[in-house]
Design a protein around this ligand. Structure first.
Ligand SMILES: Nc1ncnc2c1ncn2[C@@H]1O[C@H](COP(=O)(O)OP(=O)(O)O)[C@@H](O)[C@H]1O
Ligand SMILES: [Mg+2]
Length: 298
């Protein structure tokens, strides 16, 4: 399939895949297709970084290959690993007297290789979307290895030779910004900062995920969420929390977000002890006084 022809095609395609992209997200995705460069997506948790990669894979039907990063992730889990157990079995079942060189050639063949995400993406016959999720959880050494893969699009396996990419994966790296990434990596990538969406787009996103919630209630929910985000919290609620809260309100059959509904459900959107106190005081009181959601409810 050729690269998308226009920015609009990408934006509409993502919307069709269930992702309402901001102008910036659509533009960077479009450029990634056109320029063949990886995209580094940074931002707080729960703002749609991972989902962007998933949506890009659904749009245009590309397989998603995901490397979930964590502390201590190494090449064996990211690139490839030899299947020692299978190799051992093979050696044991070999008739006595077989020359080592014959066995060796056998056990270091693709049959004994376990492909990990990066090798999978490189060796794929069809172009895939490669998601390298939460890269900030790994260390700089891993980043350096990744840079090499992303610049050459090839992986060298000493026993087998060099595996070169025949197709270009669309690569997305995400980071929750828990540490500064290296300049070298940033230089290699297009950059997208994803932040909390404005009220109008978040309303649409919630509507997409939870269409059962009435328009009036959705607006009030977004108003409350945005007000909470403006407080100085340890962990402000993200889009993920807005969606969860909307679902909970539907399940509970809530007709309004009044003080009592809010008190009962606020732990869905605020998940730190100290934040709960701040929010209960600031938002709970305003709801009690009927200061929120008045414009919509008349
Ligand atoms: N632009 C968007 N359009 C549709 N759904 C979105 C959008 N942004 C976020 N979401 C939803 O919000 C939730 C959190 O997104 P996720 O990608 O997991 O966040 P992150 O990876 O940034 O922590 C998911 O359920 C996702 O579907
Ligand atoms: Mg994520």
């Amino acid at each position: 399939m050729p690269a998308p022809a226009s920015l609009e095609e990408v934006r509409d395609g993502l919307a069709g895949a269930g992702y309402l992209a901001s102008e910036a997200a659509a533009l960077v995705s479009f450029l990634a297709y056109k320029l063949g460069k990886p995209v580094l997506v940074e931002g707080p948790t729960g703002v749609g970084k991972t989902e962007l990669a998933k949506a890009l894979s659904r749009f245009r039907d590309r397989r998603l290959v995901r490397l979930q990063c964590y502390e201590g992730l190494d090449e064996a889990k990211a690139l490839y690993e030899w299947n020692y157990r299978k190799q051992l079995l093979r050696i044991q079942t070999e008739a006595a007297g077989t020359a080592w060189t014959d066995v060796q050639e056998d056990i270091f063949s693709v049959d004994f290789l376990m492909e990990r995400p990066l090798l999978k993406a490189i060796s794929a016959k069809e172009p895939v979307v490669l998601l390298i999720d939460e890269i900030d959880k790994t260390d700089q050494e891993f980043e350096a290895m990744l840079l090499e893969v992303l610049s050459d699009f090839q992986i060298s396996i000493p026993e087998l030779g060099v595996v070169e990419a025949t197709t270009r994966p669309l690569v997305l790296l995400t980071s929750n910004n828990t540490r500064e990434l290296t300049e070298a990596l940033k230089r290699r990538c297009l950059y997208l900062w994803l932040d909390y969406p404005d009220a109008e787009r978040e309303l649409q996103i919630v509507g997409l995920h939870v269409p059962e919630l009435s328009d009036t209630l959705s607006r009030k929910l977004i108003e409350v969420i945005h007000m909470i985000r403006s407080l100085d919290l340890k962990k402000p609620p993200s889009i993920a929390e807005s969606i969860d809260w909307a679902r909970a309100l539907v399940v509970l059959g809530a007709a309004d977000i009044d003080k009592s509904v809010f008190d009962r459900t606020m732990s869905i959107i605020v998940k730190h002890r100290s934040d709960l106190d701040v929010v209960a005081e600031r938002v709970g009181v305003r709801l009690g006084d009927g200061l929120l959601g008045r414009a919509e409810s008349g």
